[in-house]
Design a protein. Structure first.
Lengths: 110, 113
């Protein structure tokens, strides 16, 4: 699986958009980009995933660059409840395991 | 919709004891997984199962045993617990196909004294 690089921590003002970047420069053509988050003492929560195209659901949007070497998770209107560690994961179609790195600790500030 | 539930949420036991962590899912997902989460290591896969009666090792299987007699249940057993197995354990499930997300339970915090 391709390695991902994320900033260690970020702050975002409540009500503003939170843009969380992820670099995955060694991604292969059959590898999906997944985003999860983990709120303290809870299990990882699935947010969104994509292969090539940008994706949007009720929680967030995923923007993948055309060369697929990086992506951005967008939380359009951050709330205090979005404070969590966010993990960007690249997963190949042949692998069952998700490799969680250290993620980005997002703090939403009132 | 109960989803995926783990029990117990917290467990304290002694070295050498056998302990079983339970995982139950109501989605009829074919795949189920056990991870452990430790500071400095992130989440690591212990075992996974593609269907009832089919299990396979993950990254850190030593000291653990799993079974899957029913699709909805995937218990994890530590046959002789050691202090190094003190951790938070997460169960997950997913539909078939590697482009499907895994959905996690809330974890079991296990302390071995």
């Amino acid at each position: 699986d391709a390695k991902t690089t994320q900033p260690t921590s970020m702050d975002c003002a409540e009500g503003r958009a939170a843009n969380l970047p992820c670099n995955h420069s060694t991604i292969s053509g059959n590898e999906y980009v997944y985003w999860y988050r983990q709120i303290h003492s809870q299990g990882p929560q699935y947010i969104i995933h994509g292969l090539k195209n940008n994706e949007t659901n009720e929680m967030a949007s995923l923007i993948i660059t055309e060369d697929r070497k990086s992506s951005t998770l967008i939380l359009p209107h951050a709330t205090l409840r979005d404070t969590a560690v966010y993990y960007c994961i690249v997963r190949s179609q042949s692998r069952n395991q998700f490799y969680f790195g250290t993620g980005t600790s997002l703090t939403v500030i009132p | 919709d109960a989803g995926i539930t783990q029990s117990p949420r917290y467990k304290i036991t002694e070295t050498g004891r056998q302990v079983t962590l339970m995982c139950h899912q109501t989605w009829s997902h074919s795949y189920m997984f056990w991870y452990r989460q430790d500071l400095g290591h992130g989440l690591r896969l212990i075992y996974y199962s593609a269907a009832a009666d089919i299990t396979d090792k993950g990254e850190v299987p030593d000291g653990y045993v799993v079974s899957r007699s029913k699709t909805e249940n995937f218990p994890l057993t530590l046959e002789s617990a050691t202090r190094s197995q003190t951790s938070v354990y997460f169960c997950a499930s997913s539909e078939g196909g590697s482009n499907q997300p895994q959905h996690f339970g809330d974890g079991t915090r296990l302390s071995i004294l």
